[in-house]
Design a protein around this ligand. Structure first.
Ligand code: FES
Ligand code: FES
Length: 128
């Protein structure tokens, strides 16, 4: 299977790899796994008092498409509000990276990671 150039670029030069302190009250952590293949993705968002995502980091144990999807998402969420980040769809990710059908679940993992991080943030702040 051929990976698109964008997947290879993000895979070889992943943006924003790493972690924040998950106990920081302004850090949201989303950890999700893909039952289909066992890959795991951790996405962390640093949110300022206006509810804007100032920074993002990820760690992904998985295939090239999962790494590329999470790398892309860390770039996309920066400067967005949580609501705007929640609107990012796996189809946007799959389209940007030209993922083939067999790799669509890798982009779903990234969408799920955003949603999990936002849920974690709301939980931390007592918003839900
Ligand atoms: Fe092997 Fe995802 S299935 S890394
Ligand atoms: Fe399972 Fe990519 S996340 S193959």
């Amino acid at each position: 299977m051929a990976y698109s150039e964008k997947v290879i670029d993000h895979y070889e030069h992943p943006r924003n790899v790493g972690s924040f302190d998950k106990d920081d009250p302004n850090v949201a952590t989303g950890m999700v796994g893909a039952p289909a293949c066992g890959d795991v993705m951790k996405l962390q968002l640093k949110v300022n008092e206006d509810g804007v995502i100032e920074d993002a980091k990820f760690k992904t144990y998985g295939c090239g498409s999962a790494i590329a999807s999470s790398s892309l998402v860390t770039e996309w969420v920066k400067g967005k509000t949580l609501d705007e980040a929640a609107a990012i769809k796996n189809t946007d990710i799959a389209e940007e990276l030209a993922l083939p059908p067999v790799k669509i679940h890798c982009s779903i993992l990234a969408e799920d990671a955003i949603k999990a991080a936002i849920a974690d943030y709301k939980h931390k702040k007592g918003l839900n």
